[in-house]
Design a protein around this ligand. Structure first.
Ligand code: DAH
Length: 347
């Protein structure tokens, strides 16, 4: 067979290949161990040196040309495969997509963040305390000694072990212990200054009680407020708290009442109610306890009660959220029903 014939044959053979596998088989026929080109090369052995030189160069050219064609054919086949894939694996852009579900803040947390912002704008900073609290911070320091009847108003979950100082531990029943923790540190820090700078904090957090119905849950959220200075009075409490409610509810005509009440840690004490309408009737909902910080509590904080005075309040975050959004059952907050929660999504 002449070299031209071999070249022609290889072209024809590669042309009809549809897969890389076909191509491998055809390649072997020309370039393999017993392929035409290999046989031609073997044939050189019987030729004279002059002939070898000439024929050898021609065969090498032939080999190179077959190899080039082989590479081109590979590219052609790969393109073919890609084209087939593109045709068969089409993306149907008319198919409706899967919506990515984004999480969002729980309505009670939206309330908490909003209240934090409002009080921050009034000059308050945010304080925190532990949910597992000592008996002393939760009750005794707040003027509710052991066996005091006020303790049974706040029945809670006790923890069997004591802390490293032998203190009894419990799940805090309110955020009020944060008042004592913060004020104690503050007083300690400024004990050598003649006048202590004002304490002005709000402290949100989870609280626990043995309670469960449409308006009570064993776990709920409160936000505590405390302002202590040299002349911070009950009038300031009324002004600050009413102002806060006006901003929070975006309503300047809000109806608030401070109803005389009793808390061991304040004197005088009040409960703060807010008016809301239900079936065209005006009703009141208690949203907060409040009062003038009791001198004994100030002393427990390490603060001179002859020099300083202040007010405190502790508000129910769920209650405020219910009023804000017109929700009538507290338990909705804890069921985790996505249909309920989605209504508060801000995204
Ligand atoms: N800790 C009280 C409660 O949970 C609420 C309260 C009342 C907080 C009066 C206060 C306060 O700071 O001064 O029922």
């Amino acid at each position: 067979m002449s070299l031209d014939e071999v070249l022609n044959q290889s072209h024809q053979a590669f042309k009809s290949c549809k897969t890389l596998n076909d191509l491998e088989i055809e390649k072997a026929k020309f370039l393999g161990k017993s392929g035409s080109v290999t046989i031609l090369l073997k044939g050189l052995a019987s030729l004279s040196i002059e002939e070898k030189k000439q024929k050898g160069a021609e065969i090498n050219l032939l080999k190179k040309s077959i190899e080039d064609n082989l590479e081109q054919t590979k590219v052609r086949i790969n393109n073919l495969i890609l084209e087939q894939k593109l045709n068969t694996e089409k993306i149907d852009v008319t198919l409706s997509g899967h919506k990515q579900q984004l999480g969002s803040l729980h309505p009670v947390m939206i309330t908490q963040e909003r209240i934090e912002q409002i009080f921050a704008s009034l000059g308050f900073s945010i304080a925190q305390g532990p949910e597992i609290e000592t008996d002393w911070f939760n009750f005794s320091a707040l003027n509710s000694p052991l066996n005091h009847p006020a303790r049974s108003m706040q029945d809670t979950f006790y923890i069997e072990n004591t802390d490293e100082h032998g203190q009894n531990l419990l799940l805090r029943t309110h955020t009020s212990p944060i008042q004592v923790r913060y004020a104690k540190q503050h007083a300690e820090k400024y004990k050598h200054t003649e006048i202590m700078p004002d304490i002005r904090i709000i402290a949100p957090g989870r609280t626990y009680r043995v309670d469960s119905d449409a308006t009570h849950s064993p776990m709920f959220n409160q936000i505590e407020g405390l302002w202590i200075g040299t002349d911070v009075s009950f009038a300031d409490l009324k002004a600050v708290y009413t102002q806060f409610l006006k901003i929070f509810f975006e309503d300047d005509d809000i109806k608030v009442r401070f109803r005389p009440s009793y808390f061991p840690f304040t004197e005088p004490s009040a409960e703060i109610d807010m008016a809301f309408s239900k079936n065209n009737q005006q009703k009141w909902l208690e949203i907060s306890g409040a009062g003038q910080v009791h001198p004994k509590v100030l002393e427990n904080m390490g603060i001179d009660s002859a020099k300083y005075m202040g007010f405190a309040f502790g508000s129910g975050l769920e209650r405020l959220t219910m009023l804000k959004y017109g929700i009538n059952d507290l338990r909705l907050f804890f069921e985790g029903d996505i249909r309920f929660l989605q209504q508060f999504s801000q995204t």
